[in-house]
Design a protein around this ligand. Structure first.
Ligand code: DP6
Length: 314
């Protein structure tokens, strides 16, 4: 039984809405950077005696509909109706609850397809990871990757943009208190799709993808950061203007964004991005990293990440 490891990724152009929730097709393409600190290790084994899948997550027996969806897809694909044992561990170096479905489903896609004797290429793996969690399609790849929205299962896949990187990038997490009531990303994006500007956000995001691809090709960290920050802030504005409005930001989130903007205005490369929670990640490079940390360490625990690898057997 082989063990598989996958790392989390941060979206620079966000996935924030579905056109089909059964197949987990997104309304827009998205671009991510796989990181090197937070990962999931998963092993999967077929067990002839089982009457249903057995899923252990961090040592606890867990029921997860998205895991079942991935396993049922593989059973339909192979015609092998047997059930599996899944052992999965999230490796998170702090107590801040950064567990991620992106690393989890990228690891599951590869470990489970191997258990069924399939040797799929990364593109195919990304479609299977996507069934579990959209952002997981990008964690199949290292470095920068793009997930194409597509219009059906086969056309909604991720592929590599650049791995390894030929320029220096750092992503600094400032870990905030996650104790406020959570709205999952699936729920959050569903609510956001009712925002009056949702269609405009989608068409703008296509243009930002093109600009981001150019910025990556030019190793232009400043452009990468500026586009990512704009895309993220607009995503959170959708949430605030949804019919059932909500906001992942806390006062701490707003303070960190303001401090990051101040850093940029005084000549430090620092750009904020925020996913479905209050934590801010700051995009910078090794040269500017110590200035960023010095300024932001008062707001929360700091975790520094570099570009990380794609899913692999360990
Ligand atoms: C804000 O991939 O967690 O992080 O497909 O419903 O599992 P599901 O959603 P998920 O959403 C991630 C949302 C995001 C942006 C991103 O990673 O692109």
């Amino acid at each position: 039984m082989s063990k598989v490891r996958a790392y989390t990724n941060i979206a620079l152009i966000k996935y924030w809405g579905k056109s089909d929730s059964l197949w987990n097709l997104p309304t827009t393409g998205s671009i991510g950077l796989t990181l090197d600190q937070l990962y999931t290790e998963t092993s999967v084994k077929i067990n002839d005696d089982l009457k249903q899948d057995y899923f252990m997550l961090n040592g606890q027996k867990t029921q997860n509909l998205k895991v079942m969806k991935v396993m049922n897809f593989l059973r339909n694909l192979t015609g092998d109706r047997r059930f599996v044992e899944i052992f999965s561990e999230n490796h998170v170096p702090t107590a801040a609850g950064l567990a991620s479905s992106a690393s989890g489903f990228a690891a599951l896609a590869m470990a489970a397809s191997q258990a069924f004797g399939l040797s799929l290429d990364r593109k195919e793996l990304s479609t299977i990871a996507r069934l579990g969690s959209g952002s997981a399609s990008r964690s199949v790849f290292g470095g920068f990757s793009i997930w194409h929205a597509g219009h059906d299962h086969d056309s909604s896949f991720a592929e590599s943009i650049l791995d390894p990187l030929n320029f220096d990038i750092r992503v600094i997490d400032i870990l905030a208190d996650e104790s406020t009531k959570k709205i999952s990303s699936s729920q959050g994006m569903q609510l956001a799709q009712s925002a009056p500007n949702y269609a405009a956000w989608c068409s703008n995001s296509q243009k930002q993808i093109d600009d981001m691809l150019t910025a990556i090709a030019n190793s232009d960290l400043e452009k990468i950061g500026l586009i990512a920050e704009k895309n993220a802030l607009a995503m959170h504005e959708l949430n605030r203007t949804a019919i059932q409005a909500f906001d992942y930001f806390t006062q701490n989130t707003r303070d960190i964004i303001a401090a990051t903007k101040k850093l940029y205005n005084s000549g430090t490369l620092a750009f904020a991005t925020i996913d479905a929670g209050p934590n801010v990640k700051v995009i910078t490079n090794s040269e500017n990293q110590s200035t960023v940390i010095e300024t932001l360490k008062n707001y929360g625990e700091i975790l520094v990440q570099k570009a990380g690898p794609g899913v692999t057997n360990v």
